[in-house]
Design a protein around this ligand. Structure first.
Ligand SMILES: [Zn+2]
Ligand SMILES: [Zn+2]
Length: 373
């Protein structure tokens, strides 16, 4: 089992990726390093891996001899427990965990075998740009409209107990190329008069178009997660922050890896392509009126897939025994979330306003009568 940790050369503490400066920092001695440091040190890190591997395989051999029966358990992609290289505690993971933290010593743990195998390695990554602090502020903004029914100190306690996680979620991206054939008709009418006779001059056209059609960046979550509908509402991610995948970006964040095969996206890909074709078809027959598409045929000829990790802040909190979630796009800051519905108190305040209004009306009514008398 291969666990990667990036450590500070000055003090040996863990290095984490910093979204604000897009480099790597050590919390303990305040040192900073850029990607170059990792490029230069790759050989060293590999050496470290080898050492760790040797240690691990020794341990594994020991484990194996102790429990011969469990031999076949360690196949790929299943929930497993790893030993934290820092403190030795057991770190529980699910079958999709790519990186996480040790619960006991909080050091970042990257499970590189789930990320660097030929079939498992992501092609691209969008590193976090939004910091944890900014994400919390974005979520806090959702409460702004609710201030008149919730006390500030209640909001404070919500945010004090909030669980905040920066998570890379696996996504499939696909560019689709299709051959397109369009048959269409159009019609133009001109009316004119000569003497007492009105003529309608009708021109009818047949159109035929043939060509290549490209739909770019159809995307979909590549794992099953309860956060799916929330994540759907913080798209899109922009291509201009995209980087080639490197495990260094994961240090200090959680990572989920794919458990949905791209073949499961075939239907969606087809549907989106044919939708796009329908939307654009008439624009290929320009300069004609009353265009009617008679036949539209697209056949997908090529698909280019890429597997990407996209950053999401997940903020979870409880209010009166109910669970709520707020998600923030880790690249753009787009935010979606659930806010407790403070219905009871709102009803109370409406009732309160009604009573006040009635009392005032009565007072005005009686004053009016008093003046008349
Ligand atoms: Zn350090
Ligand atoms: Zn630990």
């Amino acid at each position: 089992m291969d666990i990667v940790q990036y450590t500070c050369p000055n003090c040996g503490a863990d290095l984490k990726f910093d979204p604000l400066t897009q480099d790597f920092y050590c919390e303990y001695c305040d040192s900073r390093f850029n990607d170059k440091y990792f490029d230069d040190k790759t050989s060293k890190i590999n050496e470290m891996h080898l050492k760790k591997d040797k240690l691990n395989s020794k341990r594994n051999n020991l484990d194996k001899s102790n429990t011969q029966k469990n031999k076949k358990i360690s196949t790929k992609k299943e929930a497993k427990a790893y030993k934290c290289p820092n403190c030795g505690a057991m770190v529980e993971t699910t079958n999709t965990t790519g990186s996480t933290f040790c619960k006991y010593c909080n050091s970042p743990i990257i499970l590189s075998d789930r990320l660097d195998d030929e079939n498992e390695e992501p092609d691209k990554i969008i590193p976090f740009k939004i910091t944890e602090k900014e994400a919390i502020q974005k979520c806090r903004n959702l409460f702004d409209n609710e201030k008149f029914v919730i006390h500030n100190n209640e909001i404070e306690s919500i945010f004090q107990n909030m669980k905040v996680r920066g998570v890379y979620f696996p996504h499939w991206y696909v560019d689709v190329e299709a051959d397109l054939v369009i048959h269409a008709t159009s019609q133009e009418e001109n009316m004119y008069e000569e003497g007492n006779i009105r003529y309608t001059h009708v021109k009818k056209y047949r159109h035929y178009r043939e060509g290549k059609f490209i739909v770019k960046s159809i995307s979909e979550l590549a794992m099953k997660t309860k956060y799916k509908s929330w994540i759907n509402s913080i798209y899109p991610y922009l291509d201009n922050g995209i980087e080639d995948f490197s495990t260094t970006y994961l240090s200090g964040f959680e990572t989920e890896t794919k458990d949905i095969d791209k073949s499961e996206l075939d239907k969606k890909t087809k549907a989106i392509t044919s939708n796009e074709v329908k939307k654009k078809a008439s624009s290929y027959i320009r300069g004609f009126k009353n265009v009617q598409i008679q036949l539209l045929n697209e056949s997908i000829t090529n698909k280019r897939w890429s597997y990407r990790l996209l950053p999401v802040w997940i903020l979870e909190y409880q209010y009166k025994d109910k669970e709520y979630v707020c998600v923030v796009n880790g690249q753009t800051g787009k935010t979606a979330g659930s806010i407790p519905a403070f219905k009871k108190r709102r009803k109370k305040s409406i009732a309160f306003f009604l009573i006040i209004t009635v009392i005032f009306s009565l007072i005005i009514f009686f004053i009016g009568r008093a003046i008349l008398l």
